[in-house]
Design a protein around this ligand. Structure first.
Ligand code: GTR
Length: 322
């Protein structure tokens, strides 16, 4: 570019309101096409492209990188939007770590109630300050342990198991309290690591246990329900702030509608995935005494509160929202 065209481009940029320029937004999603989250994001993209001047494109299947990297990319506006689990968000935005405390929500309904109300606003504000605007909360059910060695009936059954966790020290501590060895690892590497015996197991909800094929190589799924972590549809604060009010409203409306779709699809998919893994040979067992697992988590809470005294009010707000 010569100096004349630089000056020309600068004048044009100053004169034309941002909303009048069609802006391309690229988005990150870890799941394959057809997964409830992916279908909902497709719906969001279509609605935004139809109702605004924005031009969104979503990349499914984690092809744009791992989840922790993608969170950073959206924060830095290198990508404009993404659909994230709040688990790997904690190391980046400490307030959100409260959502990764084991058994923090008593049920998925409790999680929805909290996130759709004032509690959700606490996390939204913390995220916005750190470069991410959550537009809507998606469902991720509850996570339980699975492994290739044995059914887990009681906490002592976890002893010695090598388990993959999402990238967050809280989950390493959670597994350590049960006597297992946790390895933080990217989602995309888990199948191969299970297959080759690098790890014995992992933890996730039914749809991800099924869609990844993990049930083929780690056939004991034990219902501990130890984590209920919401997911967000997020846009980078920088891209968000560049929008006019009418566009913001249209994008938010599309995001909320997509969350309704996602939650409906999710409920159906959970049942379908359970049926599919059982038909595929996996053994799913109830854990009689979940409280025994919950009690083991007391030190996780103690050290978390000692390290983050300012967040105990957020924990209390969640408990009060039930
Ligand atoms: C899934 C979640 C993904 C990812 C994955 C994982 O349930 O939807 O965003 O966090 O778990 O275990 O890495």
């Amino acid at each position: 570019m010569n100096i004349k065209s630089i000056i020309g481009a600068t004048i044009i940029a100053a004169l034309v309101p941002l909303s009048a320029i069609a802006q391309d937004w690229r988005g990150w999603n870890i799941h394959p096409e057809g997964y409830p989250n992916s279908v909902a994001i497709d719906e969001f993209v279509a609605a935004v492209n139809e109702t605004t001047d924005l031009n969104l494109q979503i990349f499914h299947g984690g092809v744009l990188g791992s989840q922790p990297d993608a969170i950073e990319q959206v924060r830095n506006n290198a990508l404009e939007f993404g659909q994230f689990n709040m688990g790997p968000m904690g190391p980046i935005i400490p307030t959100t770590n409260v959502l990764s405390l084991p058994f923090i929500f008593s049920s998925v309904d409790h999680m929805h109630k909290a996130m759709d109300g004032e509690v959700g606003e606490i996390f939204a504000a913390a995220m916005e300050r750190e470069g991410l605007v959550p537009l809507a909360w998606y469902d991720s059910g509850s996570r339980s342990f699975y492994n290739s060695k044995r059914p887990i009936m009681r906490p002592s059954d976890v002893e010695g198991l090598k388990l993959r966790v999402m990238n967050n020290d809280l989950f390493v501590d959670m597994v350590a309290q049960l006597g297992g060895n946790a390895t933080p690892m990217a989602f995309s590497e888990v199948y191969q690591s299970l297959k080759t015996g690098v790890i014995d197991g992992a933890e996730n909800n039914y749809p991800s246990y099924e869609s990844t094929g993990h049930y083929e190589v780690a056939g004991f799924y034990s219902i501990t329900d130890h984590l209920i972590i919401p997911e967000c549809l997020c846009v980078s604060t920088e891209s968000w702030n560049a929008l006019d009010d009418a566009t913001k409203e249209a994008v938010r409306t599309a995001a909320r509608a997509s969350a309704t779709t996602q939650r409906e699809l999710w409920a159906t998919r959970e049942k379908e995935s359970l049926a599919k893994v059982e038909a595929g040979g996996a053994t799913v067992n109830e854990v009689e005494n979940k409280v025994a697992f919950q009690e083991k988590m007391a030190p996780v809470y103690e050290s978390f509160i000692a390290a983050n005294p300012d967040l105990s009010s957020v924990i209390e707000a969640i408990q009060a929202s039930n």
